[in-house]
Design a protein around this ligand. Structure first.
Ligand SMILES: [Zn+2]
Length: 209
């Protein structure tokens, strides 16, 4: 399972199977052979993830990389990992049909207050116009703001009953099920679907003996 590939220019490439940036952020921690693996090992990985998730534009991403190795960047990365764990708990609460802990809402509101930016008007490629919010990032902690905004989007605009956890018991990835009949069971067919099908096949064959 190649969850984190590295391109020739050493930029991390993440598998975005969550169907929503909030869940893809939770999925930056995976489980391989029963052990948790953090795909955000360095500040640069987190910046790469934010860019790939389209929560950060390329120019801002290039500018914030200058913080790599600073205490402020390390601290922000620690905060990102804490937020990720809290979002994992949040997803579990939602899947269990429970309300999300008020501490998560408090944490999100705290992060949202760090936000700075402005709205821009852009001409659409095929006519019409679009608005685009540009984040101003003066401090590494502000990189948590677009993630918190993605959580707001998930909670306020989507059908929470479609948040699911991969049915492979050895997998800890989540996804938003957009299939027509809401029958999606795996984070990805390649990583978990085929594996589980093969396991079921052999179990059935053994039982049949
Ligand atoms: Zn899976």
């Amino acid at each position: 399972m190649t969850e984190l590939q590295t391109t020739t220019d050493d930029r991390a490439v993440f598998e975005m199977v969550g169907g929503h940036p909030c869940l893809d952020f939770v999925n930056t921690e995976i489980q391989v052979r029963g052990k948790r693996h953090d795909l955000l090992k360095r500040f640069a990985h987190w910046v790469a993830w934010l860019t790939q998730a389209q929560l950060l534009d390329e120019a801002t991403a290039a500018a914030v990389l200058k913080w790599e190795g600073t205490a402020a960047a390390e601290e922000a990365l620690i905060q990102a990992r804490i937020l990720r764990q809290n979002l994992r708990d949040m997803a579990d609460h939602i899947i269990a049909g429970e309300t999300i802990p008020s501490s998560v809402i408090t944490e999100l509101n705290h992060l949202l207050r760090l936000g700075q930016g402005y709205l821009q008007l852009v001409a659409g490629k095929e006519g019409g116009y679009q608005s685009r919010f540009m984040h101003v990032i003066d401090d590494p902690r502000q990189l948590l703001v677009p993630v918190a905004e993605a959580v707001v989007d998930l909670l306020c605009t989507l059908d929470l009953s479609l948040i699911k956890r991969c049915e492979n018991p050895n997998c800890i990835r989540y996804f938003y099920d957009t299939t027509k009949n809401h029958s999606r069971r795996w984070c990805s067919m390649e990583a978990c679907g085929n594996r589980m099908k093969v396991a079921t096949y052999y179990r059935r064959r053994q039982q049949g003996r």
